[in-house]
Design a binder for this molecule. Structure first.
Ligand SMILES: *Cc1c(COP(=O)(O)O)cnc(C)c1O
Length: 338
């Protein structure tokens, strides 16, 4: 194993040995190629550079206490990438090939998979881009799909804790009929200003309302929202949020634990009634929310500095499944290294 101070790793880029690539040419995907190059030679008129024909995914490989390495629901990432591809007119990468490439890139970089005890993980970043030259606004003819990996540090250093979020009414991340439901880079470019502003104001992250009515909860910059009250897990239904695989999994686990699950519009004022609130995504699993300030509306919704009991239970259960500690009843994990 590499000699890295795993615990002090952040969420940055750390060079590994290999990445895997697959090219789409003449209407079909080619063979899987292994590369040790960190760069992509590309035409300056590539559609990904000018017109945002770019999709990405994010998942992790976990070195588990039983010595195996597991990946969480890669078939779901493949399905979401296919949905994104339909959304911005790129060819779909078949699930089988996607999963094969995930396995290959994790195995090839085994020495960079952090030890279990460190809390660090191997982050897996699939990327699909339009590469052929085009000046008119049309989809490209040629594409590159690649996956690289990089070790990332533990999200929670010094225990599971809650963070403050802020509603940003003067920015939208995505439009109701726009690309918010797709995992494309443009949504992130659109969120950078609001994200920087939230950080400058001392918040962990910005929080968006629906762009049309500015009435309902959408999501945080890169994480879905859920709230808990009256033994019910409640998460927004919206056409402008990214369908989080973590959230989908938490909804199932909440049901397994005997909670009711509701996916519906959540008016911002309803935040007042939640006993617990959290942001969820691959990076943190659950990032409990201590309070959400709505500065312009002069309101502050407080959930407490300590994570709530259901948030803690759900966090431990999902993390336990990812690490092969809890029983994987739904068959979510894929053992990549025995
Ligand atoms: C990736 C992403 C999430 C989290 O999705 P997971 O599959 O749970 O990691 C949430 N919101 C946005 C905007 C995202 O891009």
């Amino acid at each position: 194993m590499e000699n890295i101070d795993w615990k002090s790793l952040g969420f940055g880029y750390h060079k590994t040995d290999y990445n895997v690539r697959c090219y789409y040419r003449n209407g079909q995907w080619g063979e899987i190629e292994v590369s040790s190059e960190e760069t992509i030679p590309m035409h300056m008129a590539a559609t990904c550079l000018h017109y945002g024909q770019e999709a990405f995914e994010g998942l992790k490989a976990y070195r588990c206490p039983d010595g195996k390495v597991r990946v969480f629901r890669p078939d779901e990432n493949a399905a979401r990438l296919q949905s994104t591809c339909r959304g911005i007119m790129m060819p779909e990468m078949p699930t089988e090939k996607f999963v094969e490439m995930v396995k290959t890139v994790v195995r090839l970089n085994e020495r960079f998979i952090p030890p279990y005890e460190s809390g660090a993980t191997l982050y897996i970043r699939p990327l699909l881009i339009g590469t052929s030259a085009q000046v008119g606004v049309h989809p490209a003819d040629e594409y590159l799909f690649l996956i690289f990996v990089t070790p990332v540090g533990p999200y929670f250093k010094g225990g599971f804790f809650a963070n403050p979020y802020v509603i940003v009414r003067e920015y939208d991340r995505s439009a109701p009929l726009g690309t918010g439901i797709y995992k494309v880079g443009g949504n992130y470019a659109a969120s950078l200003q609001a994200n920087q502003k939230a950080h400058e104001m001392g918040y962990a992250c910005e929080f968006y309302l629906d762009a049309k009515e500015k009435k309902y909860i959408d999501e945080a910059g890169a994480a879905n929202f859920f709230g808990i009250k009256n033994n019910t897990y409640i998460t927004p239904k919206s056409t402008s949020i990214l369908p989080s695989i973590t959230n989908k999994s938490l909804m199932q686990l909440a049901e397994d634990l005997g909670l009711k699950v509701e996916r519906r519009q959540i008016p911002a004022e309803e935040l007042e009634t939640f006993e617990e609130a959290g942001a969820c995504g691959t990076a943190a699993v659950i990032s409990p929310i201590s309070r959400i300030d709505d500065v312009e509306a002069g309101k502050s919704y407080v959930f407490g500095e300590k994570p709530g009991p259901w948030s803690e239970k759900l966090f431990n259960l999902l993390r336990g499944i990812q690490y092969g500690i809890e029983e994987d009843k739904h068959g979510w994990t894929l053992v990549v290294i025995e």
